[in-house]
Design a protein around this ligand. Sequence first.
Ligand code: 13P
Length: 245
Amino acid sequence: MRRKLAAGNWKMNGTKAALAELDAMAEAAKGDAEVLICPPATLVDAACGKGVLIGGQDCHAEASGAHTGDISAAMLKDAGATHVILGHSERRMDHDEHDEHVRAKCKAAWDAGLVVVLCCGESLAQREAQNTLDIIGGQLAGSIPDGATGHSLVVAYEPIWAIGTGKVPTMDQIGEVHDFIRSRLEKRFGEGVGRSVRLLYGGSVKPSNAAEIFAVSNVDGALVGGASLKAADFVPIIDALNASA
Ligand code: 13P
């Protein structure tokens, strides 16, 4: 059985005062679902030990060296992180990250013992051109190294046009992509591994739409941006996940 996962991506938001939000989230994390918060790198150390899992939002592909401003997977691990988000569309766009970069980072994260939350998703133009599944298939093939397991990999489907826009795909659209991701993982890594990787939906998840999204087949949780910043928004999402079948 796949354990449900409610993940929050704080992006470039939050100073030390924001850590107070973790208290109520930690209460909600006492249910069946795992709860993960990925704060900015400056807060990873201080956020650990507060009752929720903590992850980074990116890491470098190399273990150390002359890369000003970057952090390595081992540094995240040393600070107490257990997970790292890789290949988020904002990194792909802001930092010109391509599948081969994401793949190298993924290997580095696994070498350091981190669980990777690998993001994929199409733009609006790609969806309108009916290229969604081709794009997702290419991202999965290019970004995930060989050797993935259900313990080392989580895949998040985040349609770019749904991120921070309030627009959400139909439940049929989410189901179609999640079923496709599941089948691709089963084909490449074998049925056992393919079935054990958790698949998250991300893009304008909020308390009002969470239950409906969690009822879609092959949705094992969510990767939440804006609504993960405040416990008042994120706790009802965690509760909805705990209440889902
Ligand atoms: P929003 O939930 O703010 O749309 O962001 C989704 C996201 O990008 C999470 O990684």
